[in-house]
Ligand binder design. Structure first.
Ligand code: AR6
Length: 171
């Protein structure tokens, strides 16, 4: 699996699947979630409501899939990152689950290119360096014959620097 880093708005990225840093309500919010719903249009929310009606809220660390609406991707995978509360072990495990479950879901959909935002590093306040380390580790550990490329989409300078460093090592 090839790993790439890019800086910018995930709604403008060319990928088969875009991952959203959602909340457990699945009903939208601010940050990257707000941007994806805004650009993708109301069909994303409609799918989210169907999922809510079927299975209830999405638990932290889990992932669900919807249409990508007006985005160029085929699907959006919504995953719920942990809200940082200082419990490093528990939060790290839950964040790792977000990446693993999103990759598994993308693979089950036979998607080749998947783009991730820096889950939990915005309003959920997960320390960025630790979040980046977990993200890169989970992607590197995930062996797939189907997924060809993972794109980490960094929106802020701090995350971009962190990912540059992480991806420079061991590549
Ligand atoms: N493209 C890529 N990354 C972005 C974009 C964008 N358009 N906008 C922000 N980011 P956040 P969280 C980065 O707060 O911490 C929402 O309200 C941002 O710089 O979007 O997981 C949800 O509904 C940061 O690095 O998500 C939840 O309630 C990263 O995306 C809650 O926020 C994540 O920041 C989830 O919090």
């Amino acid at each position: 699996m090839k790993i790439e880093l890019t800086k910018g708005d995930i709604t403008k990225i060319e990928a088969d699947v875009i991952v959203n840093a959602a909340n457990s309500s699945l009903l939208g919010g601010g940050g990257v979630d707000g941007a994806i719903h805004r650009v993708g249009g109301k069909s994303i929310l409609e799918d989210c409501i169907k999922i809510r009606n079927k299975q209830g809220k999405c638990k932290t660390g889990e992932a669900v899939v919807t249409t990508a609406g007006n985005l160029s991707a085929q699907y959006v995978i919504h995953t719920v990152g942990p809200i940082w509360n200082g419990d490093e072990e528990r939060c790290s495990q839950l964040l790792a689950n977000c990446y693993k479950n999103s990759l598994k879901l993308a693979e089950s959909l036979e998607m080749k290119v998947i783009a991730f935002p820096n889950i939990s590093t915005g309003v959920y306040r997960f320390p960025k360096a630790l979040a980046g380390t977990i993200a890169v580790e989970m992607v590197r550990d995930f062996k797939s014959d189907i997924i060809e490329k993972v794109i980490f989409v960094c929106f802020d300078d701090e995350n971009e620097e962190i990912y540059k460093d992480l991806l420079k090592n061991k590549d």
